[in-house]
Design a protein around this ligand. Structure first.
Ligand code: ADP
Length: 470
């Protein structure tokens, strides 16, 4: 029913058209067909009768009346070769002595049979005109059969059919008008909504709840508006965050350089310290810019990544090896359980970036003297990459925004650790460009877990057993 109602406008239009055709059939076609059938009904009788009369006239110069006499409805008119009427069975308006001139006379004289059917003076009339050999030339036999009763029945049947047709037409017509009104109202709301969205106003949705085609379009448009509003919001936030993030190091550079310029008799040591700070700020700016560029590259499309079959185990192993030393410096050990045969459609650098950012964070935010655990395994066609640490975890209120650009839980601390708040945003964009997903959660009793899920691709050879699950 729901499926049918999705096409309600089309269906009601079809139903209305169907009923309209049925009404036309009953009201117009049926009377026309009936009339045609009535018209043809007397042709055979009149033709036979005329043939018999003409034969008699040609052979005997006179014709014998029918056995039971001529019915009053039938009139027989016979002319001589000069077309003057010699016999007329009608008593009321006899044509005897008059010249018979009828439509079709010429055709009849040239040997054709002229048959016609008409409605005259509240009665049906069948006419038959044909010639016979009148001695000195062709003469005419004209038969005219009139029937007021059939005409009356036909008239009544026609009127009834027209009435039935009209009555049958009323409900679909009302229904169609209702549908058109509804359609116009829905179309108005849809176009008003489209105008609002085109003007960038996403706060008032089209709000169509029906199941017809236009309401369906309206709901699609509302979904689109919600997504667009979110994108706009993210864009606005991104622009303000990005300008803020860029402004801070720029202000520091300005302040430091002014200190060098405008401090009289500044010592070479102070100058060196200020220049070192300027250099650090410039490094930070460079880091932000290159990370932003990375995100926009991953945002562009998955195709831009240049996907190939990547052995994720060997990438994870490379990243762990690279971070073993900084981890040791922080008093941590990176323990890995990496299953062989985990392949994803990606490229080495992109996968490296994802693994590096997550494991580096775990080292950065992990607890001194504990371990960071890295798991890689494949299950049901999905590659699971999990990084666990035993640090403080992420405050519940921040988990939702952790993948937003420039989002840092502790901004003050992030500045000292050199964090830009872009590492997880890069991972998120990269994972999404590979049609995967990433999630963050807190572990019990403490610590954070980041899980990346990616579609697995078939390894070239069957995978060896190994690796583990958390
Ligand atoms: P940053 O460059 O500042 O580390 P990220 O995007 O990588 O930026 O991380 C964003 C924020 O998420 C960090 O400021 C940090 O507070 C939090 N975070 C990331 N990883 C972890 C983790 N393993 N444990 C706890 N907090 C984390």
């Amino acid at each position: 029913m729901r499926y049918l109602s999705r096409f309600s406008f089309k269906l009601s239009l079809c139903a209305a058209l169907f009923t309209l055709s049925a009404a036309l059939l009953v009201g117009v076609v049926f009377p026309a067909v009936l009339r045609r059938a009535l018209g043809n009904s007397k042709q055979a009788i009149l033709t036979d009768l005329s043939a018999a009369i003409r034969r008699d006239l040609a052979e005997n110069g006179a014709f014998s009346p029918l056995e039971e006499g001529f019915p009053s409805a039938l009139r027989v008119v016979v002319t001589g070769p000069d077309l003057s009427v010699s016999v007329d069975t009608s008593r009321s308006d006899s044509l005897i002595g008059k010249t018979l001139l009828l439509p079709g006379t010429e055709a009849a004289l040239s040997g054709e049979t002229v048959y016609s059917f008409d409605y005259e003076g509240a009665q049906f009339v069948w006419n038959h005109l044909a010639s016979y050999d009148g001695g000195s030339g062709p003469a005419l036999v004209y038969l005219r059969y009139s029937d007021p009763q059939t005409a009356r029945i036909y008239q009544n049947a026609g009127a009834a059919a027209a009435l039935i047709g009209l009555l049958a037409l009323l409900p679909p017509l009302g229904f169609l008008i209702g549908q058109i009104v509804l359609f116009a109202r829905t179309a108005n709301r849809l176009s008003a909504g489209t105008e609002r969205f085109a003007a960038g106003i996403y706060s008032s949705p089209v709000g169509l709840s029906g199941h017809d085609e236009l309401s369906y379009c309206g709901r699609m448009l509302d979904d689109f508006a919600v997504r667009q509003a979110r994108t706009e919001e993210l864009r606005r936030r991104f622009v303000s965050d990005a300008s803020h993030e860029l402004k801070t190091p720029l202000a520091a550079v300005k302040l430091l350089s002014e200190s060098i310029l405008f401090t009289p008799d500044i010592s070479p040591e102070d100058t060196r310290d200020f220049l070192t700070d300027i250099n650090n700020e410039i490094d930070r700016l460079t880091r932000i810019c290159s990370r932003l560029l990375q995100i926009s590259k991953y945002d562009a499309s998955a195709a831009a990544v240049g996907a190939a079959r990547v052995d994720m185990r060997s990438v994870a192993e490379d990243v762990c090896r690279m971070l073993d030393l900084p981890a040791a410096d922080a008093g941590l050990v990176i323990r890995r359980e990496l299953q062989e045969g985990c392949y994803a459609a990606s490229n080495y650098d992109l996968m490296y970036q994802i693994f590096f950012n997550l494991i580096e964070n775990a080292v950065k935010y992990g607890k001194d003297g504990s371990e960071v655990r890295v798991y890689l395994f494949s299950r049901d066609g999905t590659i699971h990459f999990i990084v666990d640490d035993d640090g403080e975890g992420i405050p519940e209120a921040d988990i939702r925004r952790i993948f937003d650009r420039f989002y840092r839980v502790d901004r003050a601390r992030a500045r000292t650790t050199g964090g830009t708040g872009l590492g997880l945003a890069i991972v998120d964009a990269a994972v999404r460009s590979l049609n995967g997903s990433i999630s963050a959660e807190n572990r019990t009793p403490h610590g954070a877990r980041f899980t990346v899920l990616l579609p697995a691709v078939e390894p070239a050879e069957p995978p060896a057993k190994g690796g583990g699950r958390p």
